[in-house]
Design a protein around this ligand. Structure first.
Ligand SMILES: Nc1ncnc2c1ncn2[C@@H]1O[C@H](COP(=O)(O)OP(=O)(O)OP(=O)(O)O)[C@@H](O)[C@H]1O
Length: 310
């Protein structure tokens, strides 16, 4: 069952379309990622879902409700993470939790929630004295204190150190394990690849692709990467003629070719034919990073480079 439905959403500022016909739906219980370059329109899109911005056109439904017309009812099912500036520095963690719990008719008990989020020791601390990771955990607690069915997390781990980021990932997985649907806006590929069931890649206000992380990687023109050091120089024209070749890099005598399985087979055949040995041969799969660059790279003009392969 879809708990969020966005259909042909449009929003312009000063005559410039920043969200230009975005459509997607989020199923109950999934972690759905919204990924895209700076200024792509991600926050504008999710803030329309939260009812914080009014769309110019299109339709948004959260559990069947209109987030603008039914704002109060939507706030009871959808918990949104606060932006940092919105809490006073002097507010004590316990007070913040009590205050936010008081906004909801059926809030969660904030004490076990604080414990689960590792804030039990910090209940008497002022917001301004918390570390970046502790602030993020408090924002998650405040988003969850109303017992929402859906939680929207926007750039949650930006600015955190790698350990705090990994702890936060575990928290997000725990939230989902408790049956809450997660809409996650992120810049981090590793985070999206690890956490999300499906991802909408947004570029210039449009959905450039929507798939599972593995599906997005499969679409990449650089789905397979082969690296080796040839025992003798290879003929550039022969390399350039390899099938489905997406890119070639030379560094310190090593060659890195990106393409498909067919590219890899052809280069191995070429090496055998020329009796050239490939030292330290490595073949690896592309990452979500590669797929992201392909999907959001407006400089690629050859359609065969961006064509999706199911
Ligand atoms: N209230 C506003 N008034 C005018 N322009 C706006 C407003 N809000 C957003 N924009 C512009 O709309 C575009 C999309 O912004 P948005 O914040 O949705 O992008 P984003 O994908 O979330 O970016 P980032 O990853 O940098 O946070 C940007 O060019 C931004 O400057």
């Amino acid at each position: 069952m879809s708990v969020i439905e966005v259909t042909d959403l449009r929003k312009s500022y000063g005559g410039r379309a920043v969200v230009d016909g975005v459509s997607f739906s989020v199923e109950e219980g999934e972690i759905f990622g919204v990924l895209g370059p700076n200024g792509a329109g991600k926050t504008t899109t999710v803030e329309c879902v939260e009812g914080l911005r009014v769309p110019d056109a299109g339709r948004v439904r959260v559990t069947g409700l209109d987030p603008v017309a039914d704002h109060d009812r939507v706030s009871r099912v959808l918990g949104a993470q606060l932006q940092e500036g919105r809490l006073q520095e002097k507010l004590i963690v316990r007070e913040a939790l009590q205050l936010y719990a008081s906004f909801y008719p059926d809030p969660a008990d904030w004490r076990p929630l604080a414990e689960r989020l590792g804030l039990a020791e910090r209940l008497g601390t002022r917001f301004g004295k918390l570390s970046g990771g502790q602030k993020q955990r408090l924002f998650i607690a405040l988003a969850l204190v109303g017992n929402p069915r859906i939680v929207v997390l926007d750039e949650l781990t930006t600015g955190l150190d790698p350990r705090a980021r990994r702890d936060t990932w575990q928290l997000i997985e725990d939230i989902r394990a408790n049956g809450v649907t997660v809409l996650l806006v992120t810049h981090f590929m590793e985070e999206a690849q690890r956490l999300c069931d499906r991802i909408a890649v947004i570029d210039q206000g449009r959905v450039a692709a929507l798939d599972t992380p593995a599906g997005l990687i499969r679409r990449s023109a650089r789905a397979t990467v082969i690296t080796f050091t040839p025992s003798e120089p290879l003929d550039e024209t022969e390399i350039g003629a390899l099938p489905e070749l997406a890119s070639v890099e030379h560094k310190d005598g090593r060659i890195t070719l990106a393409g498909s399985d067919e590219t890899v087979n052809a280069v191995i055949t070429l090496l055998a034919r020329r009796r050239i040995t490939a030292h330290q041969l490595r073949v690896s799969d592309a990452t979500l990073d590669d797929a992201f660059l392909d999907l959001t790279d407006t400089t690629v003009t050859d359609p065969s480079m961006t064509e999706s392969t199911p």
